[in-house]
Design a protein around this ligand. Sequence first.
Ligand code: 6GU
Length: 246
Amino acid sequence: MKFHILTLFPEMVMQGLTTSIIGRAVERGLLEIETVNIRDYSAEKHKKVDDYPYGGGAGMVMQAQPVYDAWKSVVDKIGYRPRTVYLTPQGGVFHQEAAKEFALEKDLILLCGHYEGIDERVLEEITTDYVSIGDYVLTGGELAAMVVADAVSRMVPGVLSNQESGTAESFEGNLLEYPQYSRPREWNGREVPAVLLSGDHAKVDEWRREQSILRTKERRPDLLERADLTEKEKIRFQIGKSEKLF
Ligand code: 6GU
């Protein structure tokens, strides 16, 4: 799949996405990442991309024209209007299921805003999805776009090796992952749980499932309502219809 990232800071985005697993997937041709510098599409002689907000107030607003022309350059190149995600704290909060859904697209445009936002009229014209990465405010959409691109990329077939793509990872079935241990058997006076050294795979699986449920109940009780649990597990771990959130 190909990401087209519309931004005023293309170097920042590229730096963040060309290392490690994502960088390797790009080299292997499984992913393409293109940045489009919105400033290159300014029709203004000083390459200005922002102006004061109508109605007054603090800050500057990114103007419609350069954003639209940057977006249109992608559309003209690929020949269709792809899903276009605007990263904004006003969007729906990004989650694993959305990552899987975006990973099915051939092309995905990620639009990064700055200043006090982008002129509403161009957003109405081009945006298909409004996405936030959490309830806090960033200085711009770039870090959010990088987070989304990373989470989507690892859902593209082949990007993760078999080693890396455990099926029992956090959020599968709305449960957190179980704890992991590696050598040595004893570290700082702490032992690895004995069951993991037993060689009894059924017992190991059972213990890990239990740990996932307990950990989710403890750390993310809000997830439990949607977790895939058997009736037996619900009774055993005392998980009711409306688990208290906080
Ligand atoms: Cl997507 N953008 C910005 N600027 N701030 C955010 C965000 C996005 N998600 C959470 N905070």
